[in-house]
Design a protein around this ligand. Structure first.
Ligand SMILES: [Cu+2]
Length: 495
């Protein structure tokens, strides 16, 4: 975890009193130091030793959990959340007696980390449209880019939550980990913005109701002032304010345009350097290029960290293995996944494997053959519909298709290295994936969900020819996608 935000002078009392404050980010994608988990002790230790005016003292770690004062059923509609007096990560079950299984989270995150890193690298280096980069809503069959920062963000929520607070939109922000995760999302967006400063919010209708926006309302970047939800509901293309964030004492709100640069808000990130595109590209290559498909050697297996340290990143053409690069290009493979956001009772995950795996759902996350976990974060269902009719409405009315991508290249390269796969060309990989690519759906309580139960689930494997980066401050160049129809066609969830 790294210290990140700097508050600068502003006139408001709150800002002044918060001047020494920092919100750290938790980088779940970067390669951790050798022998360490991506899930750091600073968030996993129940207690922490601090320095006080009278020496050191051991206190409850504020980053480990939030204690309610106390929790009430009127605030927490859904049991057992209303009976848990502390935020829970990976609770053993949904009962009052559940206990946290924090020890599971690190190994699961570590087993998914190459997937996180590949996804983030691909998003930062090959997505140049804000809407596609940011938003998980499915853009239709014509769109080539199915992943989004939002979808990757959902995966972290769900994997750190298990069936606890972080997994559910309603309650996740109570867990202190939420804030460290969201600063990482903010930082990822800031890195992307520095590279793609010509693309931003486009006017489009909202697909789902939020605190400020009604479903179907057209949201644009130049949000107006003092707009109230009641007054603007259902009226298209009215300038919107980013409620409830006031920009001045007169009651005006921040807008997407006024909040476009984080520097306006008084902070920055060290990785942005001087803000030049080449500096940010070089930083992205160093941070996340190592395990993306753009470098040739396998990043999976026990020697992963060692190999990663030897490779300076996507920028090193010498690192390309002869088996992978042909005529100066190599082949990337991705699994695109589309499904209904509210297909099930709350959040769910699609696990993609390459090869054999254990039938026990609770062991999927730790499978050596797990390619990655695509998580769909949803609000809790109408378990208690009588006390929360609004939630029932959301579940019933909103047929929202969302998408995400699990990169396959790193795992395929590992299979080449282990001798299971002869080479990376399309016919060979198609045959291999037809036999070995498998997927399952589960909730986060350790139960399997029949693939057929997930409305509109479609998994499609695509491939693109990619030209490696030619310099440390350049990115790989992607060609057009080819759909490998026969890999998944005719199988449950396959398209
Ligand atoms: Cu979030």
């Amino acid at each position: 975890m790294t210290d990140s935000k700097r508050c600068t002078n502003t006139s408001s009392t709150l800002s002044t009193s918060f001047q020494p404050g920092r919100l750290p980010f938790w980088d779940w994608a970067a390669t951790p130091p050798p022998g360490q988990s991506v899930y750091p002790p600073s968030v996993t230790s129940p207690n922490v030793t601090v320095t006080t005016p009278n020496g050191t003292a051991t206190i409850a770690n504020p980053l480990y959990a939030y204690n309610f004062h106390p929790v009430t059923h009127s605030d927490f509609y859904f049991d057992p959340f209303a009976s848990w007096n502390q935020t829970m990560r990976y609770p053993t079950n949904w009962t009052t007696a559940a206990v946290v299984q924090d020890n599971l989270i690190g190994p699961i995150l570590d087993n998914n980390r190459v997937s996180f890193q590949d996804r983030l690298y691909n998003l930062l280096t090959s997505y140049d449209n804000f809407t596609e980069f940011g938003n998980e809503a499915w853009m239709g069959p014509g769109a080539s880019n199915k992943d989004s920062l939002e979808s990757l963000h959902d995966a972290i929520h769900s994997i750190t939550g298990g069936s606890g607070h972080m997994t559910y939109l309603d309650y996740s922000a109570f867990d202190p980990l939420f804030w460290l995760h969201h600063v990482m999302i903010d930082r990822s967006f800031a890195l992307w913005q520095a590279i793609n400063n010509d693309s931003y919010v486009e006017p489009m209708a909202t697909l789902d109701q939020t605190y400020s926006f009604a479903t179907g309302q057209v949201v644009n970047a130049d949000s107006g002032t003092k707009a109230r939800l009641d007054a603007i509901k259902w009226i298209a293309d009215i300038p919107l304010a980013l409620e409830p964030f006031h920009s001045d004492a007169a009651g005006d709100f921040w807008t997407s345009t006024s909040a476009r640069s984080i520097r306006t808000l008084g902070y920055t990130y060290a990785d942005l350097g001087d803000g030049s595109v080449s500096a940010v590209k070089a930083a992205v290559n160093t941070l996340y290029g190592n395990s993306a498909g753009s470098s040739a050697l396998s990043r999976r297996g026990d020697s992963r960290s060692e190999i990663e340290r030897e490779l300076p990143g996507a920028s090193n053409p010498d690192a390309q293995a002869p088996a992978q690069v042909t005529n100066g290009k190599y082949q990337e493979y991705l699994a695109n996944i589309v499904s209904q956001k509210f297909a099930l009772n709350g959040s769910y995950a699609i696990y993609v494997f390459m090869g054999d795996f254990n039938d026990t759902p609770s062991e999927w996350s730790m499978s050596p053959n797990l390619v990655g976990t695509h998580a769909v974060s949803a609000a809790l269902s109408a378990v208690d519909a009588a006390s929360n009719p609004q939630m029932t409405r959301r579940q019933m009315d909103n047929a929202i298709q969302v998408s995400g991508t699990l990169p396959l290249t790193s795992m395929l390269l590992a299979k080449v290295q282990s001798g299971e796969l002869p080479c990376m060309d399309i016919p060979t990989v198609t045959t291999y994936l037809l036999d070995n690519l498998q997927w399952r759906v589960g909730d986060f309580g350790g139960s399997e969900i029949p693939v057929e139960d997930v409305a509109d689930l479609t998994i499609t494997v695509v491939s693109a020819e990619v030209e490696p980066a030619s310099a440390a401050d350049e990115f790989p160049t992607w060609g057009d996608f080819t759909v490998l129809t026969n890999v998944t066609e005719g199988r449950p969830g396959g398209c």
